[in-house]
Ligand binder design. Structure first.
Ligand SMILES: Cc1cc2nc3c(=O)[nH]c(=O)nc-3n(C[C@H](O)[C@H](O)[C@H](O)COP(=O)(O)OP(=O)(O)OC[C@H]3O[C@@H](n4cnc5c(N)ncnc54)[C@H](O)[C@@H]3O)c2cc1C
Length: 585
């Protein structure tokens, strides 16, 4: 018996790990009405995207392929509130999204270390909260492991894999000939800032001596805002979990050694004299460790075949970006970008355990081979996976079933719910409500109900509106309207940003050159709008009024019977704003 108190929490869904995947899982489930507890072992949310690690959010390549749903909501909030791209403000936005979301109980600084089982079913998990010296035991119906390292795998006995599959096992031509335990490594990143005054750098005595020879294929380019020293990577040949503390020491010796080289090497000193060290990560960011085994293991072949699964619930589109396990210590290139199509679908069956009936997962730890994971691991993809897992967990609770039961009986509703929440599912069209279909509208506005909420090779799938313009849906007879759903154009390619930011096309900046511009809210969004209902007697009722609009998906609850629903754009941010969908239901 411990002398420390144990607090027992009873909830419906417990999410372990508050990186972007865990956050999206928790928020998605809570917004649909589930009771959720999110246990996160760090004081900040966001995992590798947080100020503690500082990786920017990447996702599917290609025009108009950017991920929407919750991750776009976070990114747009960041453009609105954080024009300087400051990491503390970003942390605050992520904190706010979870901390003030009704339905979520958030335990920060709480590290999951135990689980209680009843056969193949998890009953509870327990975490140690260091700030309060308290154990928290969480009883739940569904557990979602978003810890990256899959802490619930050893604790529950869930099947998992670690390391690289042999080429033979799945016939993957980018896999090594023989299976091994090697993974991609971890990194402590560096951030630098250009100033108008020069500065000196005295390296710590314990820093490694780095020379030009160590930097073959990796030479830092200080002038690039994309320079984040990601190739300071170690640990792929060690144990990605148990060796982490020792590897942190090695990574810090390497990071400070590299900065010493940049500031003090005779070839580098002069050109880098205005660059100041802003930050060095003390917590290694991890790329790979345990991957769960689900009902399906997605492979390189599925990625290459565009993942056209019937249970497609998210998509990827980053290349298969496989890193050399020796990381910084190989003179070979640090990584190989094996081509992958964009987008490709990811199957729901990769998100729940094959042998633990109420265990789900999302993030880099889903049921994929090492080769497929080298693509699915990027954070916008992980966010979509989290949103899908959270939505599926809500359905499992609502229908008193297991995650597998959702696959067997509720897959269509899972996919439709995700699309309604603005998660694009490639190769599919979002179903449009009956009421929307029977509304009478101007022919040029037909694109608003075609079930596509972004441009593709067929066209824009929306309309452009000027300030003062209206979009009117009229009904043959008065209709009960419970919700008006709008999807605006948030400039997925970020082309309306200042030139440097558009070129960077990332949610945050790393190396900050002098005179870096401020980010803006996409000019394709409206600044303000109003929604009116026309009542059966012909009078107007104001249903919603929004100012300082900075989001893409807007849902407005209404109650009443109306002859028509009118959207009026009051002000735009650019010359026009773009609208992809107006749904009434
Ligand atoms: C150096 C580096 C560079 C990368 N470059 C990019 C890039 O440019 N763009 C990109 O999109 N991706 C990049 N990636 C990959 C990406 O960051 C990861 O694949 C992604 O963060 C995985 O998301 P996740 O939510 O699964 O895990 P994480 O982001 O790691 O989040 C998991 C969270 O769970 C918490 N946790 C862990 N154990 C416990 C526990 N026992 N109890 C409670 N909480 C726990 C962790 O503290 C963490 O906050 C990079 C990764 C690294 C390391």
């Amino acid at each position: 018996m411990s002398v420390f108190e144990t607090i027992v929490h009873k909830t419906e869904i417990c999410v372990v790990g508050g990186g972007l995947s865990g956050m999206c899982a928790a928020i998605a489930a809570a917004r649909h009405g589930s009771r959720v507890l999110l246990m996160q072992d760090r004081p900040v949310l966001g995992g590798n995207a947080s100020s503690e690690i500082r990786m920017w959010v990447c996702g599917a390549h290609g025009r108009d392929h950017a991920e929407t749903g919750l991750i776009e909501e976070f990114k747009l909030e960041n453009l609105y509130r954080n024009p300087d791209m400051n990491y503390s403000v970003w942390d605050g936005i992520l904190y706010e999204k979870v901390r003030f979301q009704p339905g979520i109980e958030l335990l920060l600084n709480c590290s999951c270390l135990d689980a209680e089982m009843d056969g193949d079913r998890a009953l509870s998990v327990t975490g140690w909260q260091m700030t309060t010296q308290t154990y928290h035991k969480v009883e739940a119906q569904i557990f979602i492991d978003c810890s990256g390292d899959s802490v619930l795998a050893p604790l529950t006995g869930a099947l998992y894999r670690m390391g690289r599959e042999s080429r033979e096992e799945f016939g993957e031509d980018i896999a090594p000939l023989r299976a091994d335990k090697k993974t991609m490594g971890m990194s402590c990143m560096i951030q630098a800032r250009q100033e108008t005054t020069p500065n000196e750098f005295i390296p710590p005595r314990w820093a490694y001596k780095i020379t030009e020879e160590d930097l073959i294929h990796r030479m830092p380019d200080m002038a690039q805002p994309t320079e984040n020293f990601w190739y300071l990577e170690l640990g792929g040949e060690n144990d990605a979990i148990h060796d982490t503390e020792w590897l942190r020491d090695e990574l810090l010796k390497t990071a400070y050694g590299l900065w010493d080289y940049l500031k003090n090497d005779p070839q580098q000193k002069e050109k880098n004299k205005y660059w100041h060290l802003d930050w060095v990560g003390m917590l290694p960011g991890k790329r790979e460790s345990r991957r769960y085994v689900g009902d399906y293991i997605m492979t390189q072949h599925d990625v290459r075949a565009e993942g056209r699964f019937e249970d497609l619930i998210a998509y990827g589109g980053w290349t298969m970006d496989d890193h050399h396990p020796a990381g910084f210590r190989t003179s070979e290139p640090p990584n190989i970008f094996h081509p992958a199509p964009s987008p490709y679908g990811i199957a729901y069956r990769c998100l729940y355990s094959k042998n633990i009936e109420n265990l789900m997962f999302a993030g880099r730890n889903i049921s994929v081979t090492h080769a497929a994971m080298s693509s699915t691991r990027v954070m916008a993809t992980c966010s979509l996976l989290g949103q899908a897992a959270g939505t599926a967990a809500y359905l499992a609770v609502a229908h008193e079933t297991t995650p597998r039961g959702v696959y067997q009986n509720h897959l269509k509703i899972l996919q439709e719910t995700l699309m309604d929440d603005d998660c694009w599912l490639p190769f599919r069209r979002r179903p449009v409500s009956e009421l929307t279909q029977k509304a009478i509208l101007a022919p040029e506005a037909e694109a608003l109900r075609d079930g596509m909420d972004r441009p593709d090779e067929e066209g824009y799938h929306g309309i452009k509106l000027q300030a003062g313009e209206k979009v009117v849906y009229t009904f043959e007879k008065p209709e009960a309207v419970a919700q008006v759903r709008l999807v605006f154009d948030s400039d997925l390619n970020r082309e309306t940003e200042p030139e440097e930011i558009a070129r960077l096309n990332r949610n945050m900046i790393h190396n900050r050159p002098l005179g870096w511009p401020q980010a803006i809210v996409p000019k394709t969004l409206p600044e303000s709008y109003r929604i009116f209902g026309i009542k059966p007697d012909g009078t107007e009722e104001l249903l919603a009024e929004e100012t300082q609009v900075h989001q893409r998906l807007m849902k407005h609850k209404t109650a009443g019977r109306y002859q028509a629903i009118v959207l009026e754009i009051v002000e735009t941010r650019g010359e026009t704003c773009g609208l992809f969908a107006k749904d009434v239901q």
